[in-house]
Design a protein around this ligand. Structure first.
Ligand SMILES: [Zn+2]
Ligand SMILES: [Zn+2]
Length: 347
């Protein structure tokens, strides 16, 4: 029998989210049932709940930064046991057979990965996410949360953590490398912490100096306001890597000018409209203008282990479910330091 669990759902693009009940499937042979303890609020949740990225399939329960405890495992599950602390991120399944799945990059599954919410599972049912008290996921898409990490600060690692860890790892952040992070929000604050832990020299590029104290406390070595034109002349040609975490239109030519020869500006934010970039900014200095999309399951586990080893969690504000709608307004207004996390016991 499917299990009924409490959740919070968006029922239209314009109405506030409200208490709702959803069904979770029976635990199949390869499934893990998870009692969700905390769910982070990612800006993608808001875009989906409000149909800003195309029409959502209502009612939709969003949330893809999930941390909890295993309550039941299927007969063929080998990786997990009841009581294990685990997390689930942006995807819950994929074909498992294509070249990208084989390579452990399930996010690029050629048949399309199955999103944690607003997607359709292999059972033909809509997937529903983490703003709920339990979830059933095939074991291959479950990650272990090491003992050193508290579940509330671990939850945001499943999206914000891997989204920033993957490009930092791929582009070689580490000792002797100068890394800049554009924007100090939910993604940016994780990028600063992780890049610092990797041993890079970290600079925050933020609109103003309002969060400078936080930035330095989180591990940045330098902090500059991009509203100050002197920033761009002072930092010209300096960085091996720039991770852009903002989803706004930027003067990308100006940011490219901050890169050293063969440096990379990697985007994890998604502005709604096409951007403008002069090819001179890329070709001159043989630079890279790149993007990065979450990470595979194997890399997500590597990131969780790395964060536990270095004592890195997200900076969180834990809220009860009744504050979800208010929290959305605050995320949109950039009024959060630095991630809201829902205590799912309050659903
Ligand atoms: Zn997310
Ligand atoms: Zn695949």
């Amino acid at each position: 029998m499917p299990t009924t669990v409490k959740a919070y759902a968006a029922t239209s693009a314009t109405e506030p989210q409200k208490p709702f009940e959803i069904q979770r499937r029976d635990v199949g042979p390869k499934d893990v049932a998870i009692d969700i303890k905390f769910a982070g609020i990612c800006h993608s949740d808001i875009h989906t709940a409000r149909s800003e990225w195309g029409p959502a399939n209502y009612p939709v329960v969003v949330g893809h930064e999930i941390a909890g405890v295993v309550t039941e495992v299927g007969s063929e599950v080998t990786k997990y046991a009841v009581g294990d602390r685990v997390g689930v991120g942006c995807m819950v399944d994929s074909c498992g057979e294509c070249v990208n799945c084989e390579a452990g990059e399930e996010q690029f599954c050629l048949k399309g990965m199955i999103g944690t919410y607003n997607s359709v599972g292999k059972d033909g049912e809509p997937t529903q996410g983490g703003y709920s008290q339990a979830i059933v996921v095939t074991e291959g898409f479950v990650c272990r949360i090491p003992d050193g990490l508290e579940l509330d600060v671990a939850a945001p690692l499943l999206c914000a953590g891997i989204t920033t860890y993957s490009p930092l790892r791929h582009w070689g952040a580490g000792p002797g490398k100068k890394v800049a992070v554009i924007g100090l929000g939910g993604l940016g604050h994780m990028a600063v912490k992780i890049a610092h832990a990797m041993g890079a020299e970290v600079t925050v590029l933020s609109q103003s100096l309002k969060k400078q104290e936080d930035g330095l406390r989180l591990g940045a070595d330098h902090y500059h306001a991009t509203s100050d034109e002197d920033t761009f002349s002072a930092l010209r040609g300096q960085f091996d890597l720039i991770v852009n975490t903002v989803s706004a239109q930027l003067d990308f030519d100006k940011y490219m000018s901050l890169l050293a020869v063969r440096g990379a500006l990697v985007n994890v934010g998604l502005p709604e409209d096409p951007i403008s970039l002069r090819m001179f900014s890329v070709v001159g200095g043989s630079k890279n203008f790149a993007g990065s999309n979450i990470g595979g399951i194997r890399e997500t586990q590597e990131m969780l282990d790395f964060c536990a080893e270095h004592g890195i969690g997200a900076e969180v504000e834990v809220i009860p479910a009744e504050k979800i709608n208010e929290a959305y307004e605050r995320v949109v207004a950039s009024d959060v330091r630095y991630r809201f996390v829902i205590d799912t016991a309050t659903l």
